[in-house]
Design a protein around this ligand. Structure first.
Ligand code: GDP
Ligand code: IMO
Ligand code: MG
Length: 431
């Protein structure tokens, strides 16, 4: 494994990044989140126990690996405090292992209120279907240069500053016809959280650079996915940060020439939560079956995920945008029972064949998937531990994904547990 690896979601999020990070953490000294916030929900299953992380990197379950929440992340201090408590409750040591960048921006209660208010005000067809965690408004404040950064958590003036900001937000909330905050109890709660988090605030860019110089291995944990990236996703139905591999540099302070390898995480089919175009979506019994077998319900909001067949156009686009060296392909076991599995190999639009994702949303929304049918393997894959044990039909499905994307598969996941993972000795499904 290269010393610095970036792991990114290659579809619309929920590809199984948390699970793969947990497996790879065995060989890393540091795991780093670089964008997004607690809109993410990353699931790690260890010995049958299910843990869902939103802000803390999924490396936390493998001490002594250290975890960093980078400057590109937006951090809700109340959510982070609660999540730390949950992880401790599970018996995992956190002190001295979790660091929060002093340059990360804070998500404050009014960001959540503005997020929810905006979604309510938008009409059908305009609504983004956000997680309502205040992510968009927090990044707005950052870009507007009025945000509050984690360094402020340790400032003795934090309680005063937070009162001032809550009062100002109340003026706006009243203007928009929303209930204002009760400033005093909320300011106290936030100040208590700030005091708890302050010891973990650090200059993490410096720490990571020093770690690199010592030859330690760093794993970047992308949140969301390429199609939710603010630049390369299905704008405006996206999140407000750069989920793609390039975000790892700006979101952590580690320069591009340090990055040695990019792993893209792909689900063996496709899902999406929230609104926006999704060419291979299935609004039928097959889509329902994928949701049922795959347990496709949001790890953060519990919303049912929209499901569809594997989209090789999206995967190919992600491979290029992120410079993916190898795929981690997850949830192959979910397709075990299907008589036929389909792959979308291209889009059809106005009599033209498209091989990549168009920027124009109206074009994307009108694209029809061109499918290729593959006979299903119809046998359980969960017990499989080596690519040699794959049934030939499963193998040909995987080989076809490699061909269509031009990227070899290096990790195969056939169940939610650590043990349901095959790390190939060398990327590429053997013929
Ligand atoms: P993330 O946001 O990319 O970390 O993914 P989520 O945690 O939101 O969703 C992935 C879901 O699939 C979780 O419930 C995982 O436990 C589960 N999962 C991950 N890999 C596999 C797999 O290979 N097979 C099955 N059946 N479930 C998996
Ligand atoms: P992980 O890291 C799937 C989606 C929301 C919505 C859009 C914008 O678990 O893969 P936001 O709250 O970010 O402003 O919402 O992005 N979204 C996700 N979908 N997985 C996620 O994270 C997501 N985080 C945000 O559903 O469509
Ligand atoms: Mg998720």
């Amino acid at each position: 494994m290269a010393n610095v690896t970036v792991l990114v979601g290659a579809q619309w999020g929920d590809e199984g990044k948390g699970k793969v990070i947990d497996v790879l953490t065995e060989r890393a000294e540091w795991v780093v989140r670089y964008q997004g916030g607690n809109n993410a929900g990353h699931t790690v299953e260890i010995a049958g126990a299910r843990h869902v992380l939103h802000l803390i990197p999924s490396g936390i379950f493998r001490p002594p690996t250290r975890c960093v929440i980078g400057n590109g992340v937006v951090v809700d201090p109340l959510a982070l405090r609660d999540e730390i408590a949950e992880v401790r409750q599970a018996g995992i040591p956190v002190d001295g292992r979790l660091f929060l960048s002093d340059r990360a921006h804070l998500v404050l209660p009014y960001h959540r209120a503005f997020d929810a208010g905006r979604e309510r005000a938008l009409g059908q067809g305009e609504r983004i279907g956000t997680t309502q965690r205040g992510i968009g408004p927090a990044y707005v404040d950052k870009a507007m240069r009025v945000g509050l950064r984690a360094a402020a958590l340790a400032d003795p003036d934090f309680p005063m500053e937070i009162r001032r900001r809550l009062e100002a937000a109340n003026v706006q909330l009243r203007q928009q016809g929303h209930a204002p905050f009760e400033v005093e109890p909320l300011a106290e709660k936030l100040s208590a959280a700030a005091a708890e988090l302050a010891p973990s605030v650090a200059d993490t860019a410096w720490m990571l650079d020093e770690a690199c110089r010592r030859g330690e291995r760093i794993l970047f944990e992308g949140a969301q996915g390429t199609m939710l990236d603010v630049d390369f996703g299905t704008y405006p139905f996206v999140t407000s940060s750069n989920a793609t591999a390039g975000g790892a540099c700006t979101g952590s302070g580690l320069p591009p020439n340090r990055i040695g390898r990019v792993i893209g995480v792909l689900k063996a089919y496709t899902t999406r939560v929230g609104e926006g175009p999704f060419p291979t979506e299935l609004n039928d019994a097959v889509g329902e079956e994928l949701r049922r077998v795959g347990g496709e319900y949001g790890a953060t909001t519990g919303r049912p995920r929209r499901c569809g067949w594997f989209d090789a156009v999206v995967a190919r686009y992600s491979a290029r945008i992120n410079g993916v060296d190898e795929w981690a392909l997850t949830k192959l076991d979910v397709l075990d029972g299907f008589e036929t599995v389909r792959i979308c190999v291209a889009y059809e639009h106005g009599g033209r064949r498209l091989e990549t994702v168009p920027a124009d949303l109206r074009v994307l929304a009108a694209c029809r998937p061109v499918y290729e049918d593959h006979p299903g393997w119809r046998q359980p894959l969960r017990h499989i531990r080596s690519p040699a044990d794959l049934p030939p039909l499963a193998r040909s499905y995987l080989v076809r994904i490699e061909e269509l994307t031009g990227v070899p598969i290096g990790i195969l996941s056939v169940g939610p547990g650590r043990e349901n993972t095959i790390v190939l000795p060398r990327p590429g499904i053997p013929a």
